[in-house]
Design a protein around this ligand. Structure first.
Ligand code: UGA
Length: 439
């Protein structure tokens, strides 16, 4: 049976998921409460920066398989399988995840489900959420037993969202019935036919796979950044250290890049939500190490500010600081918990005159940090600078010719927060090159 799919929530995850499911051949309807977002998507515009997604979206709208609505009744009538893709941000004033959007999605959809339907959670949620939602659906859905829940966590990375959705390394489905498993196996058949592994679990495991994966990745990054702290005292070089560690196939080199640490809408809030939930469950000791992972990550930002301050003679007052990067990582315009912007804002509050440039994230940065100054190019950001800070490793920054910048800065000092520039090249051009974890 050709199933019709709905995608509830059209942010980074949902918009990508909707376009990719249409690409796999399904008829898809995307839903959001945000009228402006839906208006954009309807005309084929992606409201955020994600390589490859605008082309895919336009293609699928054109094909007639993908459309968007703000009418939840239409969603309930159309879909056989409903993917919940709404955000679960960190709650204000607490480490816990804010589940209000997940509950709102289920509470608005479930009472309209009168026939067979499978609701599939993709959002990242604390352990136990799926069981609560299943009970809620059972209570609210007029379709009774014909309406079920499944959990299918998403592992896509921003910047690679389309590839990660169409060619994931694995699929995980948490189910409570053979029927739900059968439906999801059918939905994902185009990918399992390509030998992409699909692991079937219960709800609790499916929820935990996602949180455990992000905790492991955060741990790997903070581990190498902790080594960077040691390197700063012993004179060792963290980049060479990581190269050597990476050749041990048990360790591997991915997510072992030392620098300013992790940010974004996922890793930081996910490890915090995990700690909060573990405490509620009385198993906080098991993940107590995540507190240290978070602390190491925060210390890198402080260390970056200190290094920059040293370069301008110990005091930022009246000093010009050229900042390259605002996004939490390259190939994204996402500035949620961005290390680059936290560093820039701290320097601004310490009296520095920050001039920032980012190829994609400036519109978002300007809204969130109106107090900073924004340049239209790298050259403009660095004009008259007493120090230049490299904080997000966009290709454009990595490829910079130090000789070109030499002509515009006031002093040739660069601090590489991402260990992505070639120290020799910059030093040969007469620059003082400093980096996190390197002599
Ligand atoms: C992360 C996970 O990688 C995805 O698998 C997951 O699906 C997603 O969160 C999510 O929960 O939705 P994402 O936030 O897009 O994806 O970004 P990552 O590529 O994981 O990078 C996270 C942060 O770590 C960035 O700030 C990056 O600069 C930093 N990082 C990454 C390092 O500092 N060092 C590294 O070696 C790797």
């Amino acid at each position: 049976m050709a199933r019709r799919l709905s995608v509830i929530g059209t942010g980074y995850l949902g918009a990508t998921h909707a376009a990719c499911m249409a690409e796999l051949g399904y008829e898809v309807i995307g839903y959001d409460v945000d009228e402006a977002k839906i208006e954009m998507l309807r005309v084929g515009k992606v409201p955020f920066f994600e390589p490859g997604l605008p082309e895919l979206l336009a293609k699928q709208i054109e094909s007639g398989r993908l459309r968007f609505t703000t009418d939840i009744t239409e969603v309930a009538e159309f879909g056989d399988v409903h993917f919940i893709c709404v955000g679960t941000p960190q709650m204000k004033g607490s480490f816990a995840a804010d589940l209000r959007y997940v509950y709102a999605a289920v509470d608005s959809l479930a009472p309209l489900l009168t026939r067979e339907a499978l609701v599939v959670g993709k959002s990242t949620v604390p352990s136990g959420t799926a069981a609560i939602l299943a009970a809620r659906i059972a209570k609210l859905a007029p379709g009774g037993d014909a309406v079920e829940l499944a959990w299918n966590p998403e592992f896509l990375r921003e910047g690679f969202a389309v590839k990660d959705t169409l060619r994931p390394e694995r699929l995980v489905i948490g189910v409570e019935s053979e029927h739900a498993e059968k439906v999801l196996r059918e939905v994902w058949a185009p990918l399992t036919d390509l030998e992409i592994p699909l692991i079937v679990t219960d709800f609790a495991t499916a929820e935990l796979v996602k949180v455990a994966a992000n905790s492991f990745l955060a741990t790997k990054i903070s581990f190498i950044n902790a080594m960077a702290e040691i390197c700063e005292t012993t004179g060792a070089d963290v980049v060479l250290l990581a190269d050597a560690l990476a050749l041990d196939s048990r360790i591997g080199g991915r997510f072992l890049h030392a620098g300013l640490g992790f940010g974004g809408g996922c890793l930081p809030k996910d490890i915090r939500a995990f700690m909060a939930r573990a405490e509620e469950l009385g198993v906080d000791q098991a993940v107590a190490f995540l507190r240290e992972i978070d602390a190491i990550n925060q210390r890198r930002r402080a260390r970056m500010v200190d290094l920059a301050r040293e370069q301008v003679g110990g005091d930022f007052t009246g000093k010009r600081v050229g900042v390259l990067g605002a996004a939490f990582k390259p190939n994204s315009d996402d500035i949620r918990d961005s290390p680059a912007l936290e560093v820039a804002d701290t320097i601004h509050r310490d009296g520095g005159l920050v001039m920032l440039f980012d190829p994609e994230a400036m519109p978002n940065a300007k809204v969130r940090y109106p107090q900073l100054n924004y340049a239209d190019s790298v050259i403009e950001a660095c004009a008259g600078a007493d120090v230049v800070l490299h904080l997000t490793e966009w290709r454009e920054f990595r490829d910079l010719d130090p000789a070109v910048l030499s002509d515009v800065v006031a002093s040739r000092h660069i601090v590489d927060g991402r260990n992505a520039l070639d120290p020799k090249r910059w030093r040969d051009a007469g620059w003082t090159y400093r980096a996190l974890g390197r002599p």
